[in-house]
Design a protein. Structure first.
Length: 134
């Protein structure tokens, strides 16, 4: 799931405000930004349910730069690391996969959910649990 443009290499820097809300289902990965395209703007990812098996990112994919602000809010999710062995790059970040010049915030609703997910949260992510910085 991508909030921004998908496979639009070479089209230049796109400006977006994206909003992705996941309420259920079975999804491999969620990106608030673009795939294969530079992006300027604001991304918002809100997960209230469902199963995600690989990645949660507020920004872009494939080392493309997201300049702007990302917010990822996780109220409830089943994060099961079940991808094939060669694809085991499980991660949660409010920023982009690869390079980023933007800023990001990850908000998790409960300490219990944070304890379950913290192994996968990347170091460059500013994390809040119940509005308390971790």
């Amino acid at each position: 799931v991508f909030g921004g443009a998908l496979n639009s290499k070479g089209t230049g820097r796109e400006t977006y405000v994206t909003n992705v809300k996941i309420e259920g289902g079975h999804i491999a990965q969620v990106f608030g930004g673009t795939e294969n395209n530079f992006m300027t703007g604001t991304t918002n990812v809100h997960i209230t349910g469902g199963t995600i098996t690989r990645r949660i990112y507020g920004g872009c994919y494939e080392n493309y730069v997201q300049s702007g602000t990302s917010t990822v809010i996780i109220d409830n999710v089943n994060f099961t690391a079940t991808a094939p062995l060669l694809e085991r790059n499980f991660a949660i970040s409010s920023r982009s996969y690869g390079n980023t010049t933007g800023t990001g915030t990850l908000k998790i609703s409960t300490q219990e959910l944070y304890n379950t997910l913290k192994t996968y949260i990347q170091n460059n992510t500013e994390v809040y649990v119940n509005d308390v910085k971790q």
